[in-house]
Design a protein around this ligand. Structure first.
Ligand SMILES: Nc1ncnc2c1ncn2[C@@H]1O[C@H](COP(=O)(O)OP(=O)(O)O)[C@@H](O)[C@H]1O
Ligand SMILES: [Mg+2]
Length: 385
């Protein structure tokens, strides 16, 4: 017997407030969901999109890829790029979602796995909120279903007492479910996904029922290949996924572009004043991060030790955002070396003993000698004092 999951449980954050798609929700929410923040772009794409759409998709695969990578529509509507990286990666990710295989986004921290997963779900299903956050403590109920114990005790097991997981809701409604940090979830809990992904059904033995996935259902999982390996996925589960590896930005220019774009977006959402001349400082943060990450200076001449942190693009974004806030509130409105120095130090020196040595060596042998970096050298010395 097949059952439907019933009305979507009320999201406490949204209860009583305006519907998610209104401007009120977008302007007052600290961090609107992708489908709300980019509602206008999604609507423009849907209106112009005449290519075939898989069952229950809001857009065609082509339009989903355009939403992620950016572009200009025939009528001049500009779609901003969300992901900056190889087009093929996005195309493979999107087409995977149109097949019967689930999508696994893999990469080191800060390579936009979560970001891409959210935007894919927003573009494909118009809803990025059917999300399970994976941790060492994620229980099976978070992936399958739980019970409302008051109702369970009062009336026994019934549909009314059942609390569906985001995955169950996605199955019943033909939507995209998301599982974050899949490899942090204990192996036996991960395995509850096997039946869901292979048989496309979720049995409810207590009721003698099942929820069968409706067409349009699929799942996007993310996993860090630095924390713990993909080996932690059982081979049975791994076979249900197409794996797409998100790389670190290939060139410094690409990374500067990503940081500048995101900082601009974040700055606007935080009402930070625009800082026009920030690009030089962004370039410097990215250079420092890349050199320390790669263990060699940009000119290839000097070998360096790498610190223990990941120094990802995402961290460069937060260092620059923090610097912008300093410049705006306590500086003269121009992003300067002194505004990013403390942030860089905090990102680089994670382990107080070992990383400090690495940083000091970099500072004295590379930063100090570099033309035009005197102000930065001084600011870092002061931040480290
Ligand atoms: N290639 C990229 N294109 C666009 N944004 C990126 C890219 N790499 C990193 N970012 C930015 O980095 C931030 C953090 O990414 P996130 O998705 O949390 O990383 P992950 O889940 O891989 O650890 C996001 O704000 C995202 O915009
Ligand atoms: Mg993530």
């Amino acid at each position: 017997m097949t059952v439907s999951v019933g009305p979507t449980p009320v999201d406490p954050m949204r209860d009583g407030s305006a519907p998610a798609n209104t401007t009120t929700a977008t302007t007052q929410t600290l961090r609107p969901h992708a489908e709300d923040a980019f509602a206008a772009e999604l609507a423009a794409l849907a209106a112009r999109d005449d290519r075939p759409r898989p069952a229950r998709w809001r857009l065609s695969p082509w339009a989903v890829a355009t939403y992620l990578l950016g572009g200009t529509l025939p009528d001049g509507t500009v779609i901003t790029p969300k992901y900056v990286g190889p087009r093929r990666i996005v195309e493979v990710a999107v087409t995977t979602l149109a097949t019967d295989r689930a999508l696994l986004l893999l990469g080191v921290p800060g390579t936009a796995k979560t970001w891409v997963s959210e935007h894919l779900a927003a573009a494909v299903s118009g809803d990025s909120t059917l999300l399970v956050q994976g941790t060492a403590g994620t229980p099976e109920e978070a992936i399958r279903y739980g019970w409302n114990y008051a109702r369970l005790l009062a009336h026994g097991p019934s549909r009314d007492a059942l609390v569906p997981s985001p995955v169950m809701r996605a199955m019943a409604e033909g939507m995209t479910a998301r599982v974050e940090e899949l490899t942090r979830i204990p192996a036996d809990v991960q395995d509850s996904l096997i039946t869901i992904l292979s048989e496309k059904t979720l049995p409810i033995p207590e009721l003698g029922q099942e929820v069968q996935a409706v067409r349009g259902f699929n799942l996007i999982a993310t996993a860090n290949d630095r924390d713990r390996g993909v080996n932690d996925l059982s081979s049975a589960l791994r076979r249900r996924f197409n794996t797409v590896v998100l790389p670190l930005p290939e060139t410094p220019e690409a990374e500067v572009d990503i940081v500048a774009r995101r900082v601009d977006q974040i700055g606007r959402s935080l009402d930070l004043p625009a800082v026009p001349d920030g690009i030089d400082e962004i370039r410097r943060v990215v250079t420092v991060f890349r050199e320390l990450r790669d263990g060699v200076t940009a000119d290839g001449r000097t070998r360096l030790k790498s610190p223990s942190g990941t120094l990802s693009t995402a961290e460069a974004i937060s260092v620059v955002t923090g610097g912008l806030a300093l410049a705006a509130h306590f500086g003269d409105g121009v992003l300067r070396a002194g505004d990013v120095a403390a942030g860089i130090l905090g990102a680089v020196v994670r382990d107080p003993a070992a990383d400090r040595v690495v940083w000091q060596e970099y500072l004295e042998t590379v930063v100090r000698e570099r033309d035009g970096w005197k102000d930065f050298y001084r600011a870092c010395r002061e931040a480290g004092a």
